[in-house]
Design a protein around this ligand. Structure first.
Ligand code: PLP
Length: 364
C-alpha cells in the first residue's frame, strides 16, 4: 500500500470556471490570475490549460513570468507589482510583459530609462484598499508623467477591490466612484474586478476582469449568504486510512490529548498532515470524506497524519480513500473551520504531495 497522499487537478474544471468568469463579465476581457504557482495548482499546467481561453495572465514577478514565455505562451502577461528594482525593466521589456506602476520610484524608473522597446503599463489607483497605488487626486499627474516617457507604451488603469467578497457591503461602490473620479478625464482601459467583482459586481467589470480564486473553483465570498457560484473545484486533495482502531469511552486522541472519545467508537488515521499542507489549525470537527461519506477530524493534526471519527462510516477499513477537499467538500468549508481561506490552503500544499493532472472532458 502506498501512502496515497496526492492532489489531482482537473483541467476541465479550470476551463469551466474560466468560462463562468467570461459569462459573468461578457463585455470584458479576462486576465487569468495565476500568481503563486497558479494558487498552488501548478503555474505551467494551469497556464497551458487556460491559454486558449484567457486574454492575458497575471503573475506577481518576473520569476513567474519567465517560465510562461519559455514554455512558448505568448499571451499578454501583467506583473501585478511591477518592477522591484530598476534593472528589471529591461527584462520585462524583453519578455514583453506589462508592468503595474504603483509607486513614485517606479515612475522614475521609466523616466530615467534608456530607450528601448516600450512596455505597456497599468497605472495602479488606490481607490480604497490602501495597500498599493496612487491616491485618486494624483492620478492625472502620474498619467501625464508616464505618457511623456519613451519607454511607456499603452497606459491602462487598475485598482483592487478590498471588500467585494461581502455582497452586502457598500464599500465596492465607494471604490468605484473613487476610480471614476481618478480617471474621469483620462483615456485608457480600466480593470477593477477580482473574482468577487467578476461574479457579483457587474458595475466593476470595466474593460478587463482579473479572476483568480474562482478559476480554481472556490467561492470568493465570505458574507455567509447561501448562494454559491456555479464553480467546480479544480483540486482534489486526498489520502488514505492507514489504521483503524476501536477506542473506548474516555480515550484521548493525539498530541495534547485535546479530544476525548465520548463513547466507544472507531477512529481512523489518515496519511496526511501539516507536512503536506493540511492546516494544523483545523480543529476537531473539521469535515473530511471517508469513502465518500462525511466524517470529522478528531484531535490535533500531526505532521504526517490526522485522526478521524469513523462513527458515520463504521465499514471503513485501512486503505479507504479519504478526501480532504475537492468535489463534494469545498476547500472553503475546510478553510472556515481552520480560520483561514481556501486561497491559503491551496498555496500551502507542499512539494512532497504529488500533483496529478487529469482532463475529464478530454476525448480519446
Ligand atoms: C490576486 C489578485 C487578483 C485575483 O483575486 P481573486 O480574489 O483571487 O480573484 C486580482 N487582482 C490583483 C491585483 C491581485 O493581486
Amino acid at each position: 500500500m502506498t501512502r496515497g497522499t496526492r492532489a489531482t487537478v482537473d483541467c476541465a474544471a479550470l476551463r469551466h470556471n474560466l468560462a463562468v468568469a467570461r459569462r459573468s463579465a461578457p463585455s470584458a476581457r479576462v486576465i487569468a490570475v495565476i500568481k503563486s504557482n497558479g494558487y498552488g495548482h501548478g503555474l505551467l499546467p494551469v497556464a497551458r490549460t487556460l491559454a486558449a481561453d484567457a486574454d492575458a495572465f497575471a503573475v506577481t514577478c518576473l520569476d513567474e513570468a519567465r517560465p510562461l514565455r519559455e514554455a512558448g505562451l505568448d499571451q499578454r502577461i501583467v506583473l501585478l507589482e511591477g518592477v522591484y528594482e530598476p534593472a528589471e525593466l529591461a527584462e520585462a521589456g524583453a519578455l514583453g510583459a506589462d508592468l503595474v506602476v504603483h509607486a513614485d520610484w517606479q515612475v522614475e524608473v521609466f523616466e530615467s530609462a534608456a530607450s528601448g522597446r516600450p512596455v505597456d503599463v497599468w497605472l495602479k489607483v488606490d481607490s480604497g484598499m490602501h495597500r498599493l497605488g496612487f491616491a485618486p487626486e494624483r492620478v492625472p499627474d502620474i498619467h501625464r508623467r508616464l505618457a511623456a516617457c519613451g519607454r511607456v507604451g499603452e497606459i491602462r488603469f487598475m485598482t483592487h477591490l478590498a471588500r467585494a467578497d461581502d455582497r452586502d457591503c457598500g464599500y465596492t461602490r465607494d471604490q468605484l466612484s473613487a476610480m471614476d473620479r481618478a480617471c474621469e478625464a483620462l483615456a485608457g482601459e480600466r480593470s477593477l474586478a477580482n473574482s468577487a467583482g467578476t461574479l457579483a459586481w457587474p458595475e466593476t467589470h470595466g474593460d478587463w476582469v482579473r479572476p483568480g480564486i474562482m478559476l480554481y473553483g472556490a467561492s470568493p465570498f465570505c458574507d455567509g449568504r447561501p448562494e454559491r457560484p456555479p464553480l467546480r473545484p479544480a483540486m482534489v486533495l486526498e489520502s488514505r486510512l492507514v489504521a483503524v482502531s476501536q477506542r473506548r469511552a474516555g480515550d484521548l486522541i493525539g498530541y495534547g490529548g485535546t479530544y476525548t472519545c465520548p463513547e466507544p467508537m472507531p477512529v481512523g488515521v489518515v496519511s496526511i498532515g501539516y507536512g503536506d499542507g493540511y492546516p494544523r489549525h483545523a480543529p476537531s470537527g473539521t469535515p473530511v470524506l471517508v469513502g465518500g461519506v462525511r466524517a470529522r477530524t478528531v484531535g490535533r493534526v500531526s505532521m504526517d497524519m490526522l485522526c478521524v471519527d469513523l462513527r458515520p462510516c463504521t465499514q471503513a477499513r485501512e486503505g479507504e480513500r479519504v478526501v480532504l477537499w475537492g468535489e463534494g467538500l469545498p476547500a472553503e468549508e475546510v478553510a472556515e473551520h481552520a480560520g483561514t481561506i481556501a486561497y491559503e490552503l491551496f498555496c500551502h500544499v507542499t512539494a512532497r504531495v504529488p500533483m496529478n493532472y487529469v482532463d475529464t472532458e478530454a476525448n480519446g
